[in-house]
Design a protein around this ligand. Structure first.
Ligand SMILES: Cc1cc2nc3c(=O)[nH]c(=O)nc-3n(C[C@H](O)[C@H](O)[C@H](O)COP(=O)(O)OP(=O)(O)OC[C@H]3O[C@@H](n4cnc5c(N)ncnc54)[C@H](O)[C@@H]3O)c2cc1C
Length: 460
């Protein structure tokens, strides 16, 4: 087993792994160094929002932190409010409270099996292989571990091509919506706001800012101008024909064929969601079956349709967006942003290519970019990730989906060889697994990596 383990990251994935490890009896006690960054450990990006407008997009019954206790969150929520049902979509803030309480409990009980854990409120800045295993650099300090796990979520967003530096410097072009939402004050001016991207984060931004800025008008731009699909209010069981469909997809790992078969299955289903949900347990293995060229085709042609269908809006959120549209405070726009420039009088001029190819220029006071997770490890300012890539300790995924890795989380070095003591969990495993960002997948990864860390065969 690896006795001294560095866990890097401050979100739900790191919290789950730390808790998994501390609750195990191991041949020798564990020493964990948890590099949790400066924010409260456990909440991370998704569960750090204080706003009750921001809801989980997974039902309460499926949000448990541990594989062994998938109903753990529901129990927690019901202890606070007996009316909560497993099918509810609860505030992400509440989920953050749950994570915090589980982490506190795990840290308090660490001594039960003789483990110790050192929560370091710093970012890990570098990792270097050493005679003792791995040396972790943080600030001006160094520490050693036998193994390290990266649980750092996705990478900080980068501005889209075409955005002028002056637009960013003006503070009117927002690249990362979460710190912006954390500090944006109430404002009753008639602001013109553009949100680029129309996924669940765009929806969170629209709901929050439309409440804080009662006289603002919002435009939301995406290629097709479509919102994420809605969840049904009631739970629908995954399609019973799921296995048959999955087997037929496996027979021919070709995206065009898959789309055809999926459309056919959807046409015969009572509700299309049952087909998508029926595929969830198989998505990772289907992804692994796809050759690189087909993965690339999927990303070009099917990715956004898949994301819209897979990451759905809770019914309350759908109702609020419909309200905004009815009140004519939200307009969806189709096309692609070409450029954003700061005008002489201080607003932003956004050039948008329309579906037919023509271009229009529109003025906005604020533009907020919400274009999905950044997993491009080759082009990032993330200090640790760029050090690992530059020093060839890891290999970027060829399609920009995180790190090259084995499906079990072992990272591959520059020669494609798995590193025996360096692992990742979460979004930066998208290249290996595709489905690798939500709690139901993350808790499985945390369990599997914990098993590998404490397994005897890894004895040093
Ligand atoms: C807005 C939003 C809503 C979501 N809603 C849901 C949902 O309802 N249900 C669901 O299952 N999933 C949801 N997800 C998916 C979500 O990604 C996972 O549930 C989970 O939060 C991922 O946790 P994480 O720890 O991998 O990443 P993160 O939450 O991103 O946490 C990673 C943390 O590590 C820190 N970090 C980065 N680099 C370093 C470093 N070098 N040293 C130390 N710390 C570092 C980061 O600052 C960050 O705080 C949502 C995601 C988002 C963005």
């Amino acid at each position: 087993m690896f006795q001294k383990v560095a866990i890097i990251g401050g979100g739900a994935a790191a919290a789950t792994l730390v808790s998994e490890l501390l609750e195990r009896r191991t041949p020798r006690p564990l020493h964990l160094d948890w590099y949790a960054g400066r924010a409260e450990p456990g909440r991370g990006v998704a569960y750090g929002t204080p706003s009750d407008r921001h809801l989980l997009n997974v039902r309460a019954a499926s949000m448990g932190m541990f594989v062994s206790k998938p109903g753990g969150f529901l129990e927690y929520a019901q202890a606070l409010d007996a009316n909560v049902k497993g099918s509810d979509f609860l505030p992400r803030r509440l989920y953050g409270d749950f994570l915090r309480s589980r982490v506190e409990q795990a840290l308090k009980n660490a001594h039960t099996y003789g483990h110790d854990v050192n929560v370091r409120p710093f970012d890990a800045d570098s990792l270097m292989p050493s005679s003792e295993g791995i040396t972790i650099g943080y600030g001006d300090e160094e520490a050693h571990a036998d193994a390290a796990v990266l649980a750092i979520g996705s990478l900080p967003p980068r501005p889209l091509p075409g955005v002028e530096d002056a637009a960013i410097a003006s503070g009117r072009y927002v690249t990362d919506p979460w710190p912006y939402l954390a500090s944006a004050p109430a404002d009753d001016r008639p602001l013109r706001v553009l949100v680029i991207g129309l996924g669940l984060t765009a929806v969170d931004v629209l709901l929050e800012l439309s409440a804080r800025w009662p006289n603002a008008r919002f435009s939301a731009l995406s290629r097709h101008g479509k919102l994420p699909e809605p969840h049904l209010a009631a739970v629908s069981a995954p399609s019973g024909d799921g296995d048959e469909l999955v087997e037929s997809l496996r027979d021919d790992p070709n995206v065009r064929v898959w789309l055809h078969k999926l459309r056919d299955a959807v046409a015969h289903a009572e509700d299309w969601r049952t087909i998508i949900d029926g595929m969830r347990p198989h998505t990772q293995s289907l992804w692994r079956d796809l050759p690189d060229a087909e993965r690339s085709r999927f990303l070009r042609h099917a990715r956004w349709a898949w994301e819209r269908a897979r990451h759905r809006m809770p019914p309350q959120v759908t109702a609020s967006v419909v309200e905004l549209e009815k009140a004519e405070r939200l307009q969806r726009r189709r096309g692609r942003m070409r450029s954003v420039k700061l005008s002489m009088d201080g607003h932003l001029d956004v050039v948008r290519a329309l579906p037919g190819g023509n271009e229009v220029t529109e003025p906005y006071d604020i533009v907020i970019q919400t274009v999905g997770l950044n997993t491009d490890t080759l082009r990032t300012e993330h200090r640790l990730v760029s050090q690992l890539v530059v020093d060839k300790l890891v290999t970027p995924d060829p399609l920009g989906l995180g790190f090259a890795a084995l499906p079990d989380g072992h990272l591959l070095d520059a020669t494609g060889t798995p590193r025996d003591n360096l692992f990742a969990i979460g979004s930066l495993l998208r290249g290996a697994l595709w489905e690798s960002t939500a709690i139901p997948e993350i808790r499985k990864q945390a369990q599997a990596v914990a098993n590998m860390l404490v397994a005897d065969k890894a004895a040093k």
